[in-house]
Design a protein around this ligand. Structure first.
Ligand code: CTP
Length: 423
């Protein structure tokens, strides 16, 4: 079912502007209402008549045209989505800084709709620290910045910087318009954005929260996990019609109504609780932050300070890897385990590889079908209500990027799960 949406197609001044004309055609063919907002430089590459003929709408780059309609804020306010293709280094910099020196830049500032930007530029410009920082700022604000394709650029050079093909851009726009993850679920469970219940009749197990490994009756080794992302997944699965079994370690967020709740405070307890919950389930989502180590010994009485001023040395032992263990048991033929197992990982890039390099290695190590990778690090500000998760698939399907609040990421992940179960 085609749903007409109001889209602003921003075009900034790069030679790839000609590809935006094909994107415009695809958007129009899909039945959308599209206002094209080029920059003055974009019009040097592709002229106004092309945009007006293809969109069927008047086109201007000038803030002082159509002033009676307060055009410079109206377009952004009314849009369901803004897509900028191509986005030049200059446009990215202006958007990151909040500069409003063109109709397109004003539209971006005035809009609260999802924004997709498709950068296109020479490799040196794309890789310049200024551009990297601008892209990171935009992503941290929730803008979907599509990675440019690699290949032949305009001069003799080649490398990353090409505008992806129009069909790919169109797919990204459609995914954001239709896909869960763009419509925040207000309050409790409700059918997903399309009103469908794609997990009806399915059972989903979600483990979440942080484990606590006791040292003595008053102390433990723990972690900062709040459990909120897993709870968001559980809520989205309920909304999609699933029966949800929530296996909780330590939580700092309320348990949604309607789940079947069990507990596992330590890694060993959690393993048993997850195994029991998995019986006959279709999917396991391992969102729990499981301690990799626990104190080798539990002191039955509180460990006291010594008179000699010394401090105890605490020996740690490895905890079981719940996720890898379940995958191994399933491979060994254990019955009743879910066919779809989803791991979570929080990764940073380092000298040895990017976030995705580390994540791919983890996906192989764990052996699960999907790995939801949370990019953490200085560039993506902590404490903001936006999360960026890339879902990697062991079968080599294209990675899926989910951005937004934890609820939106939860909905996006459930949509990916439903797609796999139902195909
Ligand atoms: N996990 C698990 N059991 C453990 C540790 C982790 O089941 N003992 C699961 C988590 O729930 C998550 C996934 O494995 O779904 C990845 O967790 P992470 O802490 O990133 O993995 P580790 O194996 O601990 O990797 P690292 O050495 O990078 O910390």
């Amino acid at each position: 079912m085609a749903v007409q949406q109001r889209i602003v197609l921003g075009v900034s001044g790069g030679i790839a502007a000609y590809k935006a004309a094909s994107l415009l055609r695809l958007l129009k063919e899909a039945g959308h209402h599209v206002d094209v907002v080029p920059t003055a430089n974009a019009l040097r590459f592709v002229g106004r008549p092309t945009w007006e003929a293809l969109s069927g709408r008047p086109v201007t780059e000038d803030v002082f045209d159509a002033v009676d309609t307060v055009n410079h804020v109206r377009l952004g306010q009314e849009a369901d989505l803004v897509v900028v293709a191509p986005a030049t280094a200059d446009l990215l910099a202006k958007a990151a800084a909040g500069i409003a020196d063109s109709l397109l830049a004003n539209t971006l500032l005035a809009s609260r709709a999802p924004v997709v930007m498709a950068p296109a530029m020479h490799t040196e410009m794309w890789e310049h620290p200024a551009t990297r920082a601008n892209v990171a700022t935009l992503r941290a604000r929730g803008v979907t910045v599509i990675e440019p394709a690699s290949g032949r650029l305009t001069g003799r050079d080649s490398g990353p910087g090409r505008l992806p093909e129009p069909q790919e851009l169109f797919d990204a726009v459609q995914a954001l318009l239709n896909g869960p993850g763009t419509t925040p679920a207000p309050g409790g469970p409700a059918p997903d954005a399309t009103g469908a219940r794609p997990l009806e009749g399915r059972t989903v197990v979600v483990s979440t929260g942080g484990t606590r490994e006791p040292l003595d009756p008053v102390r433990y080794l723990g972690n900062r996990s709040s459990g909120k992302q897993g709870i968001a997944v559980a809520r989205a699965a309920l909304a999609a019609g699933a029966a949800v079994r929530l296996v909780a370690a330590h939580l700092e967020a309320p348990v949604p109504e309607g789940v079947e709740l069990s507990h596992g405070r330590t890694a060993v307890e959690l393993r048993e609780a997850v195994r029991a919950a998995c019986e006959g389930a279709d999917v396991l989502v391992m969102a729990a932050a499981v301690a990799d180590f626990r104190p080798a010994e539990y002191a039955a009485a509180k460990i006291k300070k010594k008179d000699d001023g010394g401090a105890p040395v605490i020996e740690l032992v490895r905890n079981p890897d719940i996720l890898a263990g379940l995958v191994a048991d399933r491979a060994a033929g254990a019955s009743g385990l879910p066919g779809l197992i989803v791991g979570f990982a929080a990764e940073t890039g380092d000298a040895e590889g990017s976030v995705l390099d580390h994540a791919r290695a983890k996906l192989l190590r764990k052996g699960c079908e999907l790995l939801a990778v949370n990019e953490v690090g200085e560039e993506l500000a902590f404490g903001q209500d936006v999360n960026t998760v890339t879902v990697l698939a062991a079968d080599g399907s294209a990675p899926r990027r989910l951005e937004g609040t934890k609820d939106q990421v939860g909905e996006g992940l459930v949509a990916v799960i439903a797609e796999r179960l139902n195909r």
